[in-house]
Structures are given as C-alpha cells and as structure tokens.
Design a protein around this ligand. Structure first.
Ligand code: UDX
Length: 438
C-alpha cells in the first residue's frame, strides 16, 4: 500500500509516521518548503514524545518520505489523507475548511484511478459529501472515492493513541474506500481494535460529539469543584466516587482552570454552529463552552483573591501550555489569566519546561525564567497553571525560601493541601478542603 499524507502539521505528521510504522509507504506533503527541508533532515517541527525516533526509523527504512510535490506523492497511491488545518473562522466560530478544499482539488488534479481521498482533519458534517462533488468535477474522467476517518489523537500521547486506539471510525460509501481503509488499519484489527464503519456524515459527527462530550465532562467536574468549595466537600473523592460507576468512568474528571488546546475549544464552537445551522441547537454544549470561557477569567480572580490583591506585586506562574508534555499554547488558560493579572498591576515571572518560546510570542510583558525556583524569586504567590511533573517534585523548603510570601494557588491540584498547609504555605487548590483555610 502507498498513501500520501497532505499536511505535515500535528495530525498529518503523527499519522504519517505511524502508518509507515505499519509497513505502508507514506509520502508526506507540505507546501512549506522550509518545513519539508527540515523534515528531510530528520527534524520534527513539534514536540511529541517518540515522534522523532519513529520518523528516523521509517525514513531510514525508506517507507517515510517528504516532498512539496503533490503529483509525485499521489502517483500510484491507494489513498490520500487530508490532514491540513481547519481553524475556527474569526468572527463566526465556523470551522474554516478552505485548506481542505484546496488540498482535495490539488490531489484530484493528479489522482490515479481508484484513489481514496480521506479526510483526517476534523471537518464539519457534510464536508466529505461536498468533496465528492468537488473531486468528480475536477477529475470527471477518473473514479475517485471520498472517505472520512477522523483522528482522536491527544497531544503528548499521540503515538500511543494512534497505535492503541479505543476505536477507528471510518465513514465510507464505497466498497473500494472500505477495503483500502480496512487494509491500512489491519495491524490494529489484530489488536482487536473495533472499527466502526458508517456513513460519511456519521463519521464526521462522531468526532465532534466525542470531543464535545469530553469538554462537557471536564466542565461538569469544574463546576462540581466550585460547588465542593462552597459546601466544604472534596472534588477528588467526589470524582473517584462518581468515576467508579462504569457508566461514568474516572478519566476527564480532573478539575482545572478550564480546557484549552487546539481541539476542544475549536470543535465545540464548530459543533455549536453546525447545530444552530441545522436548527437542532446543542444547548448543553453551548453552556459548557460558555462556562469554560468564563472559567479562565475566574481563575485570575481566584489568584488575586488568594493574594488579597495583586497590584504592585509579583506573581510566579508555573506552566503556561494548555496541558503538560506539549509546547502548544493554543487556547491555553494562561493566555487569559496572565494578561488579566497584568491589567490589575501584577508583575509576572513565569516558567514552562517546553512552552516558553511559543508563549513569548503570545503573552507579552512576562519575565521568563530558567527554572521554577527562579520564577518564584520575590513572588507573592506561586500559581500552578499546568501540571508538569517537574513541578510536583519541587522542594517545598526551596520554594518557601524563594517566594517573598509562602503562598500557592494550585489550579491543577498537584500538591497535597494538608502537607502544604503543614509546611506553612497559604495554599488554595481547586475544590479541595484545605486545613486551616477559613
Ligand atoms: C483532545 C482529545 O482528547 C482528542 O481525542 C482530540 O482528538 C483532540 O483534543 P488534546 O487537546 O491533545 O486532545 O488534549 P486533552 O488531553 O484531551 O486535554 C484537553 C484540555 O482539557 C487540556 O487543557 C486539559 O488540561 C483539559 N483537561 C483534560 C482537564 O482540565 N481535565 C481533565 O480531566 C482532562
């Protein structure tokens, strides 16, 4: 089998490298010549554990190559995956699918007979159907197929997610599409991974529904955390108790400063727009998105309240990426929280193990520090925004020595409230009972 992977962003690169690991010949295509040159040198443009090794191994074996030329990539290919960006359109929140259409047009222009064009990027319901019309108009002389195969990769665990997925979703409406995708994913069926074959529309919507459900689950536990605080209950024991019900499950019940990242905010917003457009509004998802937006702001108020005001004081921020093990700053809560604190007169010192280069571009006026202890120097509060493992193991005595005032606002609940209080910190977590705190 040979496939072309159009777009070498996060999804395209991870999927391309993983398919090549299955033994498939993969040609990754991007119009960014510098990116292709870097990829050919073996440089991974994103921080994803295991990706560089996977790329190197399969590039050496000759199964994974990179080019700017779509024509040669699709020549002799069985499938072309479209993994280009579908950002939220500024203004209306709809997903911008213009890059997907452009890629499909370019693929169709050079496609061999029988090629299956597969949407991998998250695209609104109806996109694959539209693409069918488009590619048939572009290449009326050839038999081309369109399929939908949404990804469910989590940043930081993407390789493992691809290799051991809970399921594979395939929207296919021809025997050829079905059999090509079945063959490509055969190594997974040996692991008894369920594959759900369905229509184009159902496959597209399944992706949105899954992400919207997870975003709602997080938002639910965040509201429960606030309620726990108000009534003197503990959200972790509550989540454990809830999660033991197998219908609910414990995962994605970790309270925090609100979900961020490249998927949940964009996909909930696109789903909301699709549903409104179809006169079937998803009110629960609308509420979750609004509550999550408000939560990011409320986290800045929480830090300020914990400090008794931040004007003229220094706040140390530990972690700025939307979650650990990534350098991704997209929709990170820090992008709302830090500017608000600054607008109230706070000076921000911050550290992040991987995100500082990207953060510099999007959050101005911050003193970026070499490590966590340096960030804490002279600060009135340590605010934990991302649960990087290295912050879990900081030495409390050194933290206390560096801080001007021993205070922690732990928005990810990485520390134990009782032990932090016992060490003399004014500690505030999310939805937890802190001994001695009012
Ligand atoms: C997500 C989906 O999990 C994945 O299936 C989809 O394809 C893309 O979007 P990702 O954005 O990489 O993946 O991150 P994820 O680990 O799901 O976390 C998203 C956000 O939710 C992060 O900001 C994280 O901090 C937050 N989160 C997650 C919580 O606040 N609590 C939780 O319990 C879980």
């Amino acid at each position: 089998m040979k496939i072309a992977m159009i777009g070498t962003g996060y999804v395209g690169l991870v999927s391309g490298a993983c398919f090549s690991e299955f033994g498939t010949e993969v040609v990754c295509v991007d119009h960014d010549a510098d990116k292709i040159a870097a990829l050919r040198r073996g440089e991974a443009p994103i921080y994803e554990p295991g990706l560089a090794d996977l790329m190197a191994r399969n590039a050496d074996a000759g199964r994974l190559t990179f080019t700017g030329d779509i024509a040669s990539a699709v020549a002799g290919a069985d499938a072309a995956f479209l993994a280009v960006g579908t950002p939220a359109r500024p203004g209306d929140g709809h997903a911008d699918v213009s890059a997907v259409y452009d890629a499909a047009r370019a693929v169709a222009a050079h496609a061999p007979d029988g090629l299956v064009i597969v949407t991998k990027s998250t695209v609104p319901v109806g996109t694959a159907r539209e693409l069918e019309g488009l590619v048939h108009r572009e290449a009326p002389d050839r038999e081309l197929h369109v399929a939908a195969n949404p990804e469910f990769l989590r940043e930081g665990a993407a390789i493992d997610n691809f290799m051991h997925p809970d399921r594979v979703i395939v929207g296919a409406n021809s025997e050829r599409s079905r059999s090509v995708l079945e063959q490509l994913y055969r190594p997974l069926s040996r692991l008894e991974t369920p594959t759900v074959f369905t229509t184009l529309e159902t496959a597209e919507l399944t992706k949105y529904a899954a992400n919207a459900f997870l975003a709602t689950k997080i938002t639910f536990i965040n509201e429960m955390a606030d309620l726990c605080e108000a009534v003197g209950a503990d959200v972790h024991a509550l989540a454990h108790g809830m999660g033991l019900d197998r219908r609910i499950g414990r995962s994605f019940l970790n309270p925090g400063p609100g979900y961020g990242g490249s998927c949940f905010p964009k996909d909930t917003s696109a789903l909301i727009q699709t549903a409104r457009g179809a006169a079937a509004p998803t009110r629960i998802v609308e509420a979750a998105a609004a509550v999550n937006d408000a939560r990011k702001e409320s986290m800045a108020h929480r830090i300020a309240a914990h400090c008794g005001g931040v004007a003229g004081r220094t706040i140390a921020v530990l972690g700025v990426t939307f979650k650990p093990n990534t350098d991704d700053m997209r929709a990170a809560p820090s992008r709302v929280i830090i500017p608000l604190l600054q607008s109230w007169g706070a000076t921000i010192r911050a550290h992040d193990p991987a995100g500082m280069a990207a953060a510099r571009e999007v959050i101005p006026g911050v003193t970026w520090c070499r490590d966590a202890y340096e960030a804490l120097e002279g600060a009135a509060c340590a605010a934990v925004l991302t649960e990087w493992n290295e912050y879990r193991n900081l030495d409390p005595a050194r933290m206390k020595a560096a801080l001007a005032e021993p205070r922690i606002a732990d928005l990810r609940n990485i520390y134990d409230p009782a032990s932090m209080a016992a060490r003399g910190f004014a500690y505030r977590g999310i939805g937890r009972i802190t001994p001695g705190a009012g």
